[in-house]
Design a protein around this ligand. Structure first.
Ligand SMILES: Nc1ncnc2c1ncn2[C@@H]1O[C@H](COP(=O)(O)OP(=O)(O)O)[C@@H](O)[C@H]1O
Ligand SMILES: [Mg+2]
Length: 226
């Protein structure tokens, strides 16, 4: 839940109001598409939801945890325990193979058998055949699937994805989104995704339209296209 959330960042020359008095609630197990023009604050909103960026004003409560009161190390624990994040540009570690990229967060979270869990996650993302490849040896779609495997390996309650199909052709993009929507169906994972793809937005239960850092529309889709 976001209550009167604002985000103001300082650049060298000015203060920029990026999110302005944002209010909304997302139910557990919901799928939400965030749409809006470039520069409207979509990425910033995801960062705030993930606890990657502290808010300037207002309150954010996720799974009964009030994020705006947490210190940075507490926010990072919150992320580890609750959030899977898929970045628009993957953020894979280039010197690690696919399976190492997926296993490392599991190791950090002190999970048993991180490598077998990583392998299962890669298989779930249709990447079981490329576990020992480095990111540089993979296509954009394959890297995106590794990034997705990494995000889902910890079985997060909430999956946040920033334009997860932005760099992919339509077919690969839709395969990746099938995996994401399956997670929602199988495990009730809450999904929040930023997209400029209308086909994708109408697969979500609800759409939030951001414009100039403000919510312009927040409505349940009349028809959901699975
Ligand atoms: N670190 C930053 N410092 C200052 N301004 C920023 C920073 N990050 C993003 N912005 C500005 O915030 C606005 C929203 O950016 P962003 O959330 O990336 O939008 P979107 O993802 O919708 O394209 C843009 O005007 C962008 O230039
Ligand atoms: Mg963005």
């Amino acid at each position: 839940m976001l209550k009167n959330v604002s985000l103001t960042l300082r650049t060298e020359t000015a203060k920029v109001d990026i999110l302005k008095n944002i209010n909304f609630q997302i139910a557990t197990g919901e799928t939400v598409g965030i749409v809006g023009p470039s520069g409207s604050g979509k990425t910033s909103l995801l960062m705030v939801l993930a606890g990657l960026e502290p808010v300037s004003k207002g309150h954010i409560t996720v799974e009964e945890i009030t994020l705006d009161r947490l210190k940075e190390d507490e926010r990072s624990l919150f992320r580890r325990d609750h959030i899977g994040f898929v970045f628009q540009d993957f953020h894979l570690i280039p010197t690690m193979t696919a399976i190492e990229n997926v296993a490392v967060p599991l190791e950090i979270a002190s999970q048993d058998s991180p490598f077998s869990k990583a392998e299962l996650a890669l298989k779930a993302a249709n990447m079981g055949h490329r576990t020992n490849h480095y990111p540089g040896e993979l296509s954009g779609g394959e890297q995106q699937r590794v990034a997705l495997a990494r995000a889902i390996a910890l079985k997060p309650k909430i999956l946040l994805a920033d334009e997860p199909t932005g760099n992919l052709d339509a077919k690969t993009g839709s395969q990746i989104m099938d995996i994401v929507f399956d997670l929602n169906k199988k495990y009730g994972t809450t999904i929040v995704l930023v997209t400029h793809d209308n086909q994708l937005a109408i697969r979500c239960r609800r759409q939030i339209l951001l414009q100039d850092g403000q919510i312009k529309r927040n409505k349940v889709n009349a028809v959901i296209h699975p």
